[in-house]
Design a protein around this ligand. Structure first.
Ligand code: SF4
Length: 283
């Protein structure tokens, strides 16, 4: 029996944003050693918040100073100027203080971290969208908590500057998929809230889903996976995000490709495109 590929929210979003980028990353599996500074900052902030909650559960709440020092230590440990790409014309120090500010905002808002009971940190969820096991989805939840009223909360940390509207959050796919993934673990009838923390603004946003909305999302996601599996041309979709694309020196449609860059002359070859049909190894 062939190994079926497993989908994540980011993998689905990659296809929706630009099928060609999806192809480079997930079909041709072209490695890229560059990482955007925004992603780098987000990773370090997530690591520190993970450690904060683990530390608090075992030893008590660490000081803000200790939290921020940990961020800087992780930054120094992982930062590699040759590998990290900065697209905007801003110094590295800007991003460093941005990350520290995100943590400070979160800490000040949530101290002493006793508003809920943490049930899981960086919790992996893997589940099928239907009974056939042909549509597998996975994700990692930043934090799962039990609120004081007994409901379950799925928390997600965001380091992006933009805070989506409530309408956008009410249609967000990522956390709603996670809700499907944890439904059985905590009881299908238990109320669940989806909670986003927009760290740079110190904003906390909440949304909920009805069973009907989750069912509609299940159907839409299956349809999207079917579209991906039947895709053959993976047309590029150039736009402002090309500046951040790790394949922008390879892609023929890239508006920011360097003239001397070696790249593809055209669409990916058919056998590679066809590989999206289900024979790929897991992510
Ligand atoms: S450079 Fe732009 S069009 Fe090309 S793969 Fe990347 S995001 Fe898509």
């Amino acid at each position: 029996m062939p190994v079926r590929e497993i989908y994540s929210h980011s993998r689905l979003s990659s296809f929706e944003t630009c099928p060609r980028k999806f192809c480079y990353r997930y079909v041709q599996r072209i490695p890229s050693d560059v990482e955007g500074i925004e992603g780098f900052v987000g990773k370090r902030v997530h690591e520190v918040l993970e450690r904060l909650y683990l530390f608090a559960s075992r030893h008590g709440v660490p000081s803000l100073r200790r939290v921020v020092d940990r961020f800087h230590a992780l930054w120094d440990e992982h930062f590699d100027a040759a590998r990290i790409r900065i697209v905007r014309d801003l110094p590295v120090a800007h991003y460093r203080s941005f990350g520290a500010q995100c943590l400070e905002n979160y800490y000040r808002r949530h101290y002493p971290f006793d508003r809920d009971e943490t049930l899981g940190i960086e919790q992996l969820v893997t589940f099928g969208l239907d009974d056939s096991d042909a549509y597998r989805v996975r994700g990692i939840i930043d934090r799962v908590a039990r609120a004081r009223d007994g409901s379950i909360e799925i928390h997600d940390y965001k380091t992006s500057r933009r805070v989506p509207s409530q309408d956008e959050l009410d249609r967000d796919r990522q956390l709603a998929l996670y809700q499907m993934g944890i439904a059985e673990r905590y009881g299908a009838d238990r109320p669940v809230s989806l909670v986003w923390h927009y760290l740079v603004r110190g904003d906390r946003r909440v949304s909920t889903r009805t069973p009907e909305q989750l069912e509609a999302l299940r159907t839409e996601t299956i349809e999207l996976i079917d579209r991906i599996r039947s895709e053959r041309t993976f047309e590029p979709r150039p736009g402002p995000l090309c500046r951040w694309c790790e394949y922008n020196d390879r892609c023929p449609a890239s508006p920011v490709r360097r003239p001397d860059a070696d790249g593809d002359a055209g669409a990916p070859e058919a056998p590679l495109a066809a590989a999206s049909g289900g024979q790929l190894p897991l992510l």
